[in-house]
Design a binder for this molecule. Sequence first.
Ligand code: EPU
Length: 294
Amino acid sequence: MTLFDDLRDCCRPNVPLAPLTWFHLGGPARWLIEPRDEPQLITVLHRAREAGLPVRFLGLGANVLVRDAGVDGAVIRLAAPAFQQLEWTTDGARVGAGVHLTKLVRACVHAGRAGLEVIAGIPGTVGGGIRMNCGGRFGQMSDSIRRVRLIDRDGRVVERRRDELGFGYRKSQLGDAMVVSAEIELRPTDSRALVERFKEIWLAKSRSQPALEQQSAGCIFKNPDPQRFAGRLIDECGLKGRRIGAAEVSPIHANFIVAHPGGRAADVIALIEHVEEQVYSRTGVRLEREVEVW
Ligand code: EPU
């Protein structure tokens, strides 16, 4: 008898993670768990905790690099319909953690509700976007968050307001807790003007970054401070186009690493380390990773 024998409908052993990440690289998860609903998620978390099994949360896999050896633990994904709800409220929306951000942003823009257009073009799920406080030049996810519903490692449901979530630049302090849904604040606005703004932001992103179809995980490093950009530093060190195996520093935006077909996660990791060393030795700046390496 294995740990999740009675939960075979949602817990699968030894599942390849590569197809579930944007890098399309890396090995399998010992367990891939896709709970049907919140009670089943709580059961799974209890079980994993009792067994001392490490747990990781996977959203759209747009900011994660899985090592070639895979993940020796449980990877939980909120892909079931119970985590996909989108419900308008008078001044915002209630959304499930599994909702795709691109879909949510488009729905808000078409409904004439402003706030989230600032993250147009950033791939991820609501849960992942909140955890890393995704964003960029135009704004960040936390600006539109009112409350978040979380389940902690002990399976307790807790609700937290924005100011209790420890949001900062590309970070939150959710710790071991998993986002299951969120209340978003949105401002009613003229929908034609909002569509124009959305297009502007989308266009700025697609002009300055590699195409979304390329195998990458967006920006690899955080910007060291609001005046210093990781992409510019890497570019100034002459690293655009630098390759290790099938991994390449994007010739379009130096803070992206793209993986060409046939590569391994180890190529990307070696290139990340190479960029870190080069930038440190030439500029004295120690870049901090934005991408999570599992
Ligand atoms: N730059 C260079 N060379 C490059 C890349 C950039 O000189 O190869 C310069 C640009 O000319 C610009 C500055 O660096 O003056 C900043 O570049 P950009 O405007 O592209 O913004 P960024 O800080 O690199 C941030 C987010 C992106 C987000 C964009 C747009 C971070 C680490 N990155 O990029 O988010 O898409 O703003 O909103 O905050 C991500 O998080 O994965 C991501 C891609």
